[in-house]
Design a protein. Structure first.
Length: 438
């Protein structure tokens, strides 16, 4: 278990400047955490470079972007993209002539998945094939990126790869039971983890969300050596999640969303940064708060921990700007509803014995339970129902604020070289946002 270390000061280090290079190791598809980092890199005048995960042909083979796709991706990034497919994971990989894991799972159904078994020797061969493909593509990409980094420049590598759920029809129904189900539709997350399907998913999460950071660090070794030999510095960052401190009873306390299946891979990600740090490589995993994204929306209730950020903004001397955020949130609610009313509901929710039992850092990530699902999903549904428009939620606004606050904390925090793993909790994000808007 990683030593818990929260960032408690606003970093001020200004390492990066005009002519330095920012490398996004992961493709930018929509609005998410990394937009805050890219905004900071652009403000500093850095050259923006990126990679692509590539695209799948109809037969499942991986390919580079077409000219049209490449131009569109570069316009979205606002920088140059190296067109070598860097799709992570091994769910579509196999030795020549063999089935890949997705094909092996094609017969899985909602009735059979807990009993269906996999051939682990064949799965391991597929994993090795995927790793070999990815590391070779990473090597090729870094050769191209090296040509675009001038002598004397500093380099910032931002790792954003995450995910790894195989594309099988049955999984959406399974996930809906585990992450959205309550009452008769509830399903234990432990049932998934104990199944062969679950074990495969955990392996693929490791390859996508964690091991790719190690592959990045290894593949960029020559870049790092050249940059440092010319007096420059290199930084690596990655996005983690390992619970967040939010205001509970007027104090910042660590809490978490349960069940966060990717948590095992996120801990592996932390260990990779810690190992790199011991070798003198400045790699930091920033454990960020819960926000709403396209990928997190399957986890009903993950957004509940966002609401106390409004209280943190006021607690950390936000003044008129903090009040403006309250007012903006209140305008999204039904007539007669208030932000304070929602915060009161959340305070009651966070203080329940059920939730208190899950505030166990050493046992993270814990399994779900029928009691937790009933409480968490029920509270989430109730609060969503207080909005005028289900497509314009308070949590959308708060998510954008978290992205805005984490960007400079990570950008300057990486420059300051503080630790291999840092938690960005509601206190420091509120202070950062208030400082930006003073």
């Amino acid at each position: 278990m990683t030593e818990y270390k929260a960032l408690r000061h606003i970093p001020q280090a200004n390492l990066f400047r005009q002519g330095d290079v920012f490398v996004l190791f992961g493709e930018l598809f929509g609005r998410g955490y990394v937009n805050g980092l890219i905004d900071e890199a652009r403000k500093a005048g850095m050259t923006i470079l990126g990679i692509t995960v590539g695209r799948r042909n109809d037969d499942g083979t991986l390919r580079a972007l077409t000219a049209e796709e490449h131009a569109e991706a570069e316009a979205k990034l606002g920088g140059r993209i190296i067109n070598v497919p860097l799709m992570a994971g091994f769910d579509m990989d196999a030795p020549a002539g063999e089935q890949n894991p997705t094909e092996m799972l094609s017969g899985v159904t909602l009735k059979s998945w807990q009993e269906d078994k996999l051939d682990w020797d064949k799965i391991e061969q597929c994993r090795q094939a995927g790793v070999a493909r990815f590391t070779e593509s990473a090597r090729q990409s870094m050769l191209e990126i090296d040509k675009l980094i001038p002598d004397g420049a500093n380099v910032f590598f931002a790792h954003t790869m995450a995910g790894g759920i195989p594309r099988i029809k049955a999984f959406l129904a399974i996930a809906n039971r585990i992450y959205k189900g309550r009452g008769e539709r509830f399903m234990s997350s432990r049932a998934l983890l104990d199944s062969d399907l679950g074990k495969l998913i955990l392996m693929n999460f490791d390859e996508v969300s964690a091991n790719t950071l190690k592959h990045l660090i290894d593949a960029s070794a020559a870049i790092r050596a050249r940059v440092e030999s010319k007096g420059g510095q290199v930084r690596y960052t990655a996005y983690g999640y390992h619970g967040t401190e939010v205001l509970i009873g007027g104090e910042y306390k660590w809490q978490t969303y349960t069940n966060y299946t990717q948590g095992y891979a996120k801990m592996r990600l932390e260990s990779i940064a810690e190992a790199a740090w011991k070798q003198g490589i400045a790699a930091t995993v920033f454990n960020c708060p819960e926000i709403r994204t396209n990928s997190s929306d399957i986890f009903v209730g993950v957004e509940l921990s966002l609401f106390p950020l409004l209280a943190a903004l006021k607690k950390e001397d936000g003044g008129a700007w903090a009040q403006a955020q309250w007012d903006a949130c209140e305008r999204l609610l039904n007539e007669g509803e208030s932000v304070q009313g929602i915060l009161d509901k959340l305070e009651t929710y966070l203080q329940t014995d059920t939730l208190a039992g899950y505030r166990n850092y050493e046992a993270w990530p814990m399994d779900n339970s029928p009691e937790l699902a009933e409480l968490m999903i029920g509270t989430a549904d109730e609060i969503t129902g207080l909005h005028q428009d289900k497509k314009a939620l308070v949590t959308d606004l708060l998510s954008s604020l978290v992205v805005e606050g984490t960007g400079p904390l990570m950008f300057h925090g990486a420059a300051e070289k503080i630790a291999p793993v840092l938690w960005l909790n509601h206190d420091i994000i509120a202070r950062q946002l208030n400082a930006q808007h003073k």
